[in-house]
Design a binder for this molecule. Structure first.
Ligand code: FAD
Length: 469
């Protein structure tokens, strides 16, 4: 563990997630001295205190979101091998071919460290049928080749990756929170940490992931980094009998559908499908939300997925985070501090659900700690209309998904980090300060985060005038 604070590192990376680790991987075989600082723990110590699966969202978020490997890598570790899922990498590279090359490269690195050789690729007659149905309904079905590392296997893959980085000279400083950047005369000169003080560097890479989003926002404001607010996704978690979703989950375990709604022409998408999974509560600072997960050793009879409406604001309020928070707070107030649960039939008829109707309902909720209520009292009218219309459109290709008995939980809100303005090497408006991954608004999944790490690593090498041996 590095102790000498007076040492000037060539590169300091904030965050040991995919973005940080892939950036280090790019630079590791050069003469650059590299220090990765992360507020989380080493892989083996990232254990859920309640003994739950790594995907558990009931525990301290720190074990899920922080530490070597970063966020979801240790949870599901589903690699979406497409540049336009989990952000749009081609917007970063400005070149679709380059974006695909990066995706393939990231895949190879995961394979090198023991990623599963089995590739799940949608194919066959069923796929053709689904494509036809989707096209006829004007819905875009995104076909995603995926690799499932799996939560039982992911720690081994991440450990092998981290061990190799260490063998190649990269140092890790864990359980250390970066609180500030040292910026002098327009150049970033390192970081200041909570208990260990300052660490100086020639180059700094910010890769703090979603959990670091608020910190990035603060730094951007204080240090006047060029940045803008990204969109947010506001919506619900939908739960249906697994048998309803089987025809599509058998083609793609986590099928993504992109829909434009008739009334508002808004963009609505499905996200994070959990086959035979469970809906879970998520606590945020000041409000409650829902999410979903699938467990290895326990299955339910239901499949759940998020149905999310994209919201981008212009004037007078660009701050989508503030808008999202106020929606989540209203939903929490109306739900008496619990998520709201409503049957699709009740939502359609404009009446609240109650325990009596839920008891008789065909679909039984996997999340019990809820309040039966009316989602239209909690979410903006436009979002509610988008949800109803989106589900009804989806019903054209997945019959039964918009049945009266379908369960809808609210709110599910995905906040995205503020997007830092970067050049093609991912250098920010402050000299020698680079940015990568979800926390700076450049990606939204493991593969894309890793790819931005690769670009930033190469950018730093170019700026430092070093080449891979
Ligand atoms: C439960 C869950 C499941 C998921 N499943 C999948 C999946 O199956 N497939 C997929 O593609 N994506 C999944 N995701 C999303 C995926 O995890 C992220 O897109 C990806 O990890 C982003 O990588 P990153 O390197 O940008 O940030 P992260 O992986 O979030 O890593 C950031 C790191 O920075 C550290 N950090 C933050 N702030 C500071 C600070 N101030 N000082 C020091 N350290 C700091 C954190 O501790 C963290 O370790 C999931 C996410 C979650 C939460």
């Amino acid at each position: 563990m590095p102790t000498k604070k007076e040492k000037i590192w060539d590169v300091i990376i904030v965050g040991a997630g995919p973005a940080g680790m892939f950036a280090a991987n790019e630079m590791a075989d050069t003469d650059l001295s590299i220090l990765i600082i992360d507020m989380g723990r080493e892989v083996k110590k990232r254990i859920c205190p309640l003994g739950h699966d790594m995907g558990c969202t009931e525990c301290k978020p720190c074990h899920i979101m922080c530490g070597v490997g970063g966020a979801g890598t240790l949870s599901g570790g589903r690699l979406n091998l497409r540049p336009d899922i989990g952000g749009d990498l081609s917007e970063v590279t400005k070149d679709l071919e380059k974006a695909w090359e990066l995706v393939n490269y990231v895949d190879k690195v995961f394979l090198k460290y023991g990623g599963p050789t089995e590739l799940h690729e949608p194919k066959g007659e069923d796929l053709k049928h689904l494509r036809r149905l989707a096209a006829a309904s004007g819905i875009k079905f995104i076909e995603i080749p995926q690799r499932h590392i799996g939560s039982d296997h992911a720690p081994k893959v991440i450990q092998a990756f981290a061990d190799d980085l260490e063998e190649r000279g990269v140092k890790f400083l864990l359980r250390t929170k970066v609180k500030d950047l040292i910026i002098e005369k327009g150049r970033c000169k390192g970081v200041d940490t909570v208990r260990r003080g300052e660490f100086r560097s020639k180059y700094t890479l910010m890769a703090p992931g979603r959990i670091g989003g608020p910190w990035v926002e603060e730094i951007a404001r204080e240090k006047k980094l060029a940045a803008s607010f990204g969109p947010i996704d506001v919506g619900v978690r939908v739960e249906v009998p697994a048998i309803v979703m089987d025809p599509v989950t058998s083609i793609n375990m986590d099928p993504k559908f992109h829909i434009h709604t008739p009334r508002y022409d808004d963009f609505v998408r499905t996200f994070c499908t959990n086959e035979r999974g469970f809906v879970v509560k998520e606590w945020y600072d000041g409000f409650i939300g829902v999410n979903g997960h699938a467990l290895i050793d326990k299955e339910s009879n239901n499949t759940n997925f998020a149905l999310l409406v994209r919201i981008q604001l212009t004037e007078p309020l660009e701050n989508t985070t503030a808008y999202g928070r106020s929606i989540a707070e209203l939903a929490t107030t109306i739900g008496g501090g619990k998520p709201i649960l409503q049957r699709m039939g009740d939502l359609r008829r404009g009446r609240r659900s109650n325990w009596g109707r839920l008891k008789k309902n065909l679909v039984k909720a996997t999340l019990k700690d809820v309040v039966p209520g009316d989602i239209s009292m909690a979410l903006p009218h436009r979002v509610v209309m988008d949800i109803i219309e989106g589900l009804e459109k989806l019903n054209e290709i997945i019959p039964g998904v918009a049945a009266d008995s379908t369960l809808i939980y609210a709110p599910e809100i995905k906040f995205y980090a503020m997007e830092l303005e970067v050049n093609k090497y991912l250098e920010t408006s402050v000299k020698n300060l680079f940015a990568a991954g979800d926390g700076v608004g450049l990606s939204g999944d493991i593969v894309n985060a890793a790819a931005t790490g690769v670009i930033a690593g190469q950018g730093i090498m170019k700026s430092a005038g070093v080449k891979k041996p």
